[in-house]
Design a protein around this ligand. Structure first.
Ligand SMILES: Cc1cc2nc3c(=O)[nH]c(=O)nc-3n(C[C@H](O)[C@H](O)[C@H](O)COP(=O)(O)OP(=O)(O)OC[C@H]3O[C@@H](n4cnc5c(N)ncnc54)[C@H](O)[C@@H]3O)c2cc1C
Length: 446
């Protein structure tokens, strides 16, 4: 790592929302209800206590999308974020969007992936936010004959369910991705996957929420939550008190400590992800890039136990498998990452983990072997203990919702997770797809 120039404190640059067109066009896009209800900052105040109908804690993609989708339906929404919008996982992730389309019988995964892709399109194409969205497709490299057989079975099974996946020879893959390794046995191609800029996207949701009438307050660290005898909650931050009828926890990897404030045990474990970037390069990598090594290994042993979520790369301080994801950003940087280690709230960079990941990336895109690492960074992913999202109403408390447990895929799934949460709050009805993510299965009294 002699060529590494900067430290783990580096992050993708924090840009503004990157709106391309003026907000005047937004009212129509947001629908009549939102346009009619457009009243920024309509938070009411009684003495020093500010009130809103729905209060969301957390300004990552999950919270920002929930705020936007509630506000555009006319909801009275307040979002509190202790840092800046997108200052945690939602701002530091790789920017990859998953899924393989809707399939014949869409389940929760189809909604969260394909549904979110539709929302990404809406943000960029209809609402005019430059979020660097592209439906680029994904190439997943196959390294061995055993992985090839596994991928072949998976592709056949997925295609029979109506999902769009293809098994490509290396030659076919090179036609899409000229820098891909021609010596590998093959690649899985998923054309419905895409990419977008994490910071720009998350801030676009927060901005669109504000335009639709939500109040967004950053620098508000929530330190206490008290249920009110007349219903609703009092939420205390370091600077003041807020009240609401309905409370939404969108606190990512911090669901456990925030849940404690309500006397709840929320089984969300922080998992460190690390990434690295080359300097800016001419356009060289066009899809998002992955490797089948990890999914093949996790298909026979996902490594989970009572305290360890499934599908991590490390257990008890030791690497069990390599994992890979990456892409080239619009600014030219080629970025890769993959490690997933449960280390409580430790975000420090492990240089040897970065080197392993770089070696893995070079097996798929040989070009990167010769490119120095320009910077590294890390973040904490909200892994649920059973691996499934936790989205919906917490049945053991009044008017309490959660949108979390989005694990390693929350950037691509967060937009629809937020919309489903908003729809549930607004209608009072849980759609059937949310049965799979019901918090009732795992959120208990502490
Ligand atoms: C390195 C890395 C790479 C990744 N790559 C991808 C990828 O390519 N594709 C993908 O789909 N996903 C990816 N992910 C996962 C994805 O980033 C997360 O699943 C997603 O961002 C989670 O969003 P969130 O809103 O739930 O959490 P967060 O973005 O972490 O937001 C939670 C927010 O709550 C705030 N908060 C917490 N406690 C309090 C409090 N007491 N008071 C006020 N505010 C509070 C935090 O400050 C934070 O901003 C990656 C993650 C990492 C770390």
């Amino acid at each position: 790592m002699a060529d590494r120039k900067t430290t783990h404190e580096d992050r993708p640059e924090q840009t503004n929302t990157g709106r391309r067109r003026v907000v005047a066009g937004l009212g129509a896009g947001l629908g009549a209800a939102a346009a009619a209800g457009f009243m920024p900052g309509r938070l009411s105040a009684q003495g020093n206590v500010r009130e809103a109908e729905v209060l969301i804690i957390g300004g990552g993609i999950a919270g920002a999308s929930t705020a936007f989708h509630l506000a555009e339906q006319g909801g009275d929404v307040l979002l509190l974020e202790r840092g800046e919008i997108a200052s945690e996982a939602s701002g530091v992730n790789m920017g990859g969007l998953g899924g393989s389309g809707w399939g014949h019988n869409p389940n929760l995964l189809s909604y969260l992936t394909a549904g979110s892709v539709e929302i990404f399109k809406r943000m960029q194409i209809d609402l005019g936010y430059d979020i660097e969205f592209r439906l680029s497709g994904t190439l997943t490299a196959i390294h061995t004959a055993a992985q090839y057989e596994y991928c072949q079975d998976e592709v056949i099974s997925q295609r029979s369910k109506g999902y769009e996946e293809e098994l490509l020879s290396a030659r076919e893959a090179l036609a899409l991705e000229p820098e891909a390794n021609a010596a590998l046995p093959g690649y899985v191609y998923r054309p419905q996957r895409g990419q977008a800029d994490p910071v720009k996207t998350t801030r676009a949701f927060a901005h669109a929420a504000e335009v639709a009438g939500a109040t967004i307050r950053t620098g508000e660290n929530v330190i206490g939550i008290t249920p009110q005898s007349q219903g609703g909650y009092a939420v205390r931050t370091e600077s003041g008190e807020f009240r609401c009828q309905t409370l939404v926890l969108a606190t990512g990897a911090w669901c456990d400590p925030v849940g404690n404030m309500l006397g709840l045990k929320i089984p969300v474990v922080p998992v460190r992800g690390m990434m690295w970037a080359t300097a800016s390069m001419p356009p060289s990598v066009f899809q998002t890039i992955g490797s089948a090594e990890s999914s093949y290994a996790w298909s026979s042993d996902n490594g989970s136990d009572d305290v360890t979520p499934p599908n991590l790369t490390h257990k008890n301080g030791r690497r069990t498998i390599r994992h890979l994801y990456g892409r080239q950003r619009k600014n030219g940087e080629i970025i890769f990452g993959g490690d997933r280690e449960s280390l409580a709230y430790d975000k420090s960079i492990n240089p040897s983990g970065i080197e392993v990941n770089r070696g893995h990336a070079a097996e798929v895109i040989p070009l990167v072997a010769s490119l120095p690492i320009a910077r590294t960074w890390s973040g904490l992913m909200p892994f649920s203990l059973d691996g499934a999202p936790i989205i919906g109403k917490i049945p053991i408390r009044e008017n309490l919702f959660i949108v979390s447990g989005l694990s390693s895929s929350g950037f691509g799934r967060g937009p629809m997770a937020g919309k489903l949460t908003a729809d549930f709050i607004r209608t009072g009805q849980m759609t059937t797809v949310l049965e799979e993510s019901d918090p009732g299965r795992c959120v208990v009294d502490a």
